[in-house]
Design a protein around this ligand. Structure first.
Ligand SMILES: [Zn+2]
Length: 152
């Protein structure tokens, strides 16, 4: 769970995890609490914004030959939805990543965080940058559309 200074509203919780799992690792400050809270506060104030999906597409272009989850290289890659289609999000490439057959079959149409943490037994903090970035952006967009960002 986020620290007590993070307000228990959907938007704040998404901002916290975006600061912790996307901004901090990208900046080389993974697990740096001060940096994470500073980035979180900037997201809350609007000083910095959750970037659009181009960032993830660029990352994927740079790593076209490797699995987005396990990093395997030079294997046949499939596309996998980050957020399951049954969540009702509009179809589009913003929700797709490349994955090796093993990860693609294992992940399937499961929720990213549940699959990673419960099924693979790995820490949430270790979800790779591109999948978690897409996941949090879609969570933000979905809650924005549903007017639920300010809900507890
Ligand atoms: Zn893989």
């Amino acid at each position: 769970m986020p620290p007590p200074c993070v307000e228990r509203k959907i938007e704040n919780i998404i901002f916290y995890y975006y600061a912790k799992l996307v901004i901090a690792p990208s900046a080389g400050f993974k697990k740096n609490y001060g940096f994470i809270i500073n980035a979180y506060k900037k997201l809350v104030s609007g000083e910095i914004l959750i970037s659009d999906y181009e960032r993830e597409l660029l990352h994927m272009n740079e790593n076209q030959n490797s699995c987005s989850f396990c990093g395997s290289k030079d294997c046949k890659l499939d596309t996998v939805h980050i957020v399951p289609r049954y969540y009702g999000i509009p179809p589009g490439i913003h929700n797709l990543v490349y994955a090796c057959s093993k990860c693609a079959i294992s992940k399937g149409e499961k929720d990213l965080v549940e699959w990673w943490c419960k099924e693979l037994g790995k820490p949430r903090d270790d979800i790779p940058r591109v999948p978690i970035g897409i996941y949090l952006k879609i969570a933000y967009d979905l809650n924005k559309i549903n007017f639920s960002l300010k809900k507890p």
